[in-house]
Write a protein that binds this ligand. Structure first.
Ligand code: PLP
Length: 450
């Protein structure tokens, strides 16, 4: 399988808002970078998709049903009673020292040996992405990202007016040869690449994992081209096999900024993530964090820290893995059973997502309203490209609905697809708008699409 979109692409910036829609009286006042900040056109549909009768295979919301809520409630009450004076106060810009030590213990599961001094706690790893981009990117700088890539990262790069150049993936993740070619082409043009943004494990949205034998090669190519690696790894501990993949950071501490999160392994609503950076970079990240939030919330950090200290968090992660594996199985078997010929999909070994390619002629963005009418929702593939590619793809997530709902959702999706294919067979191709100029570009993440 080849995931499409290996070509260099340019993001859209100022002045590309749909014409005739600029009624905002403040329009002339905005900084240029604000032009890159746009809400997803599919957001409105997601409001409908969150109705109970719709099976949403769109959201990336973790399934929190396995959390011991009563025990956590008692713990939080004790925390406020015993340590309220500190945990309800401002804290350090870098994050609670005790939590930073625990984060090092969590990362050791992926072979990382780190010092708590090099960890910066953030408001989710999304904030870490923002800080890294702010620290490294000037407008027009190039950032490499897999094709497809996480919509929230594309949105951040766009907000800082960085230009995203996609690098192709296959079933084994980022293709080293594609990386070599893209870097060679950019260097021939005299373009400076600031970093490679990569999600090596259980990719969002592609569902694939970077083969271990490719990891050293990717690091070596980046080092040779003097390109920093930003390793975004919120799903690394959520593999369905017994093995945890070694982080890129574990072998290359000086050229990798690693981003981690408790959103998928504990609770996304607490908004606790982190960056582990080479020492010099760490200082810049702390300054960037300070100017954004003064300090991350001491309270939610203390809740996470207490959870790690007093609960069997490794057992909790195991429970999450079992729950997501069951859901993955439900989705994959439903896809095999119901989808029409000509569809292809990835089979994730962990994480939350399946990446589905539909037969030629079907446009997943155009099809979404019909799918929602038939009470099933997904995220169209174009949201995950900086240039509107992905019209034949969609992301399906299995993290939140029950296995029964997943099967029902896939059955409905299959019926919608059959309907589309019937129309195509009857009336011929309507021309697949792979590059629809008005719809191109990244989209702001919403809680439903992140
Ligand atoms: C690849 C990736 N990076 C970052 C994030 C943001 O996570 P957080 O909740 O830690 O901000 C997400 C959330 O879905 C994600 O999938």
């Amino acid at each position: 399988m080849n995931l499409p979109g290996a070509q260099p692409t340019r993001q859209h910036h100022a002045g590309d808002a749909p014409t005739g829609r600029s009624l905002d009286p403040h329009r002339q006042r905005y900084a240029q970078r604000a032009a890159g900040m746009r809400a997803s056109e599919v957001r409105a549909l997601f409001a409908v998709a969150s109705r109970p009768e719709v099976v949403s295979l769109a959201g990336g919301m973790p399934n929190l049903a396995a959390l011991p809520l009563d025990a956590l409630a008692e713990d939080v009450a004790r925390l406020v009673a015993a340590e309220g004076q500190t945990v309800l106060q401002y804290g350090s810009a870098q994050g609670l020292p005790a939590l930073r030590e625990q984060i090092c213990e969590v990362m050791s599961l992926e072979g990382i040996s780190a010092h708590p001094d090099d960890v910066v706690v953030t408001v989710g790893s999304q904030m870490a992405l923002d800080m890294v981009t702010r620290v490294f990117c000037d407008p027009g700088d190039v950032v490499l990202a897999e094709a497809p890539s996480y919509v929230g990262a594309l949105s951040t790069f766009s907000a800082y007016q960085a230009e995203v150049v996609h690098v192709g993936m296959d079933d084994e993740g980022l293709v080293p040869e594609a990386l070599r070619q893209v870097l060679g082409a950019l260097s021939a043009q005299g373009r400076r690449v600031k970093f490679l943004y990569t999600i090596p494990n259980f990719h969002n949205p592609a569902g694939v994992t970077l083969a271990e034998r490719r990891r050293a090669e990717v690091l070596e190519i980046c080092a040779r081209h003097d390109v920093l690696v930003v390793e975004d790894n919120p799903y690394g501990l959520l593999g369905f096999g017994d093995q945890t993949h070694p982080a890129l950071r574990s072998t290359e501490p000086d050229n990798v900024v690693y981003l981690g999160s408790f959103s998928k392994t504990f609770a996304s609503g607490l908004r606790v993530g982190w960056a582990l950076a080479p020492h010099a970079v760490r200082e810049k990240l702390v300054l960037a964090a300070e100017s954004a939030t003064l300090c991350p919330p001491a309270f939610t950090q203390a809740v996470v820290s207490r959870f790690l200290a007093r609960h069997d968090w490794r057992g909790q992660v195991k429970q999450f893995r079992a729950a997501y594996r069951e859901r993955r199985d439900a989705m994959v078997s439903a896809l095999e059973q119901h989808l029409p010929a000509g569809c292809r999909w990835t089979r994730p070994d962990g994480g939350f997502y399946v990446w589905l390619t539909v037969p030629e002629g079907v446009d997943t963005r155009a099809m979404l309203p019909r799918a929602v009418t038939e009470r099933v929702a997904y995220v169209p593939g174009a949201a995950f490209y900086a240039d509107g590619l992905g019209s034949r793809q969609m992301r399906l997530s299995y993290c939140y609905p029950t296995p029964e709902r997943i099967q029902e959702g896939v059955r409905r999706l299959a019926a919608v697809l059959e309907g589309e294919l019937d129309v195509l067979r009857t009336f011929g191709g309507r021309g697949s708008p792979g590059r629809h100029p008005g719809l191109a570009g990244p989209h702001s993440p919403s809680p439903d699409t992140a």
